[in-house]
Design a protein around this ligand. Structure first.
Ligand code: SF4
Length: 358
């Protein structure tokens, strides 16, 4: 009994130490409520979706553009998916944009435009996984949820010098984090853990002397905090190759098409490409065919490289120019070069066009 009491006192002291640190060192972020103010669930949700797999620096301008154009969930739900994809273009992981739009609609249709407060109901919405549901529940509604992002995962693994490998140890990290969440200020606690991981308990050189958990931290006591979390070796996908065809019309147009609505880069714009395969051999046999004219393809020197989550990609780029009025083949369209900025072009395609037109 005495031991349990001491343990719970230890947990409370850790939470209190972290919150006291947060009160002094919290980061000011555009989506974050000022101290003592209630967070706007729409802004919390939008920022959490944008931040998945992406840095804060990259997200800030996108967040500003989205909230200026669609200041609330009703406005976003009423937008077209095409417009959402266009504003998202360049931020990557485009399934997030499609889910974002579907989620806005679901919040309006199922919940009258108010985000539900429980993790369970949040997790039932499109694009909201267990982490995001916990983060929204904690930050927007102060629910005692364990929001374990990569930063929090690293801090907690070090605090307990967890020897089990990630990702298998994720459930254990979650359990340990959950036990640390205080009954009050759960939202601040979640954000404090994220801030601690982002600014002090960094992957390579944790600044343990500045850390509110310096005394409590088991990894710091061992003297090798940077070796945590222990990670299973990553499997990298095989390199895939393909060709991209940049067809220009001499009056200032380029041939584009829209990718299928789901799957990799779903719904985004692209120049025609071959399939991307490990054993791609090159050539223009699969280049788009135009009725009445035969484009003369020239291969640009060099390749465009891009790394997706599951595989790296290498594209050779062919260019050709035809005279107007060349009819666009089925499933493609001519887009004015001056209007390319309005297209939902993923980073890969921006690189391809820069390579072709540079
Ligand atoms: S003491 Fe060091 S390793 Fe431990 S949580 Fe703090 S910064 Fe991270």
């Amino acid at each position: 009994m005495e031991r349990r009491k001491r343990a719970s006192h230890g947990v409370e002291a850790r939470s209190a130490d972290l919150l006291a640190w947060y009160d002094r060192h919290r980061r000011v972020l555009p989506w974050r409520a000022a101290p003592g103010e209630r967070a706007d669930p729409y802004r919390v949700w939008l920022s959490e979706i944008m931040l998945q797999q992406t840095t804060i620096k990259a997200v800030v301008p996108y967040f500003a553009r989205f909230t200026a154009r669609w200041p609330n969930v009703h406005a976003l739900a009423a937008a077209s998916l095409g417009d959402v994809l266009k504003l998202w273009a360049g931020l990557g992981y485009y399934a997030r944009a499609r889910h974002l739009h579907a989620c806005a609609k679901a919040v309006v249709e199922r919940h009258g435009g108010s985000f539900p407060q429980s993790e369970r109901e949040l997790a039932a919405l499109p694009g909201i996984g267990p982490y995001t549901a916990a983060a929204i529940a904690a930050i927007a509604f102060d629910a005692p949820a364990a929001a374990v992002d990569g930063n929090a995962e690293r801090v907690v693994a070090r605090l307990f010098a967890l020897k089990d490998e990630l990702p298998a140890a994720k459930a254990e990290v979650r359990r340990l984090t959950k036990a640390l969440v205080p009954a009050e200020r759960a939202g601040d606690f979640a954000q404090a853990l994220m801030d601690l991981g982002a600014t002090i308990c960094t992957p390579k050189t944790p600044a343990c002397v500045l850390c509110p958990w310096m005394r409590a931290c088991a990894a710091r006591r061992r003297g090798d905090p940077e070796t945590f979390p222990v990670k299973a070796p990553k499997k990298q996908g095989r390199l895939r190759r393909g060709a991209a065809f940049v067809l220009l019309r001499s009056d200032g147009f380029v041939l584009l098409r829209t990718r299928p609505p789901t799957g990799l880069l779903g719904g985004m714009s692209e120049v025609p490409t071959t399939r991307w395969m490990p054993d791609f051999a090159g050539g223009t046999e699969l280049a788009p065919r135009l009725r009445g004219t035969e484009p003369k393809w020239r291969r640009r020197t060099g390749v465009v490289t891009h790394v997706f989550t599951h595989f790296p990609l290498e594209l050779v780029v062919y260019t050709a120019e035809v005279a107007p009025p060349a009819a666009a083949p089925d499933g493609t369209r001519w887009v004015a070069l001056a209007e390319l900025a309005d297209e939902a072009l993923p980073n890969l395609m921006r690189k391809v066009l820069a390579h072709a037109l540079g």
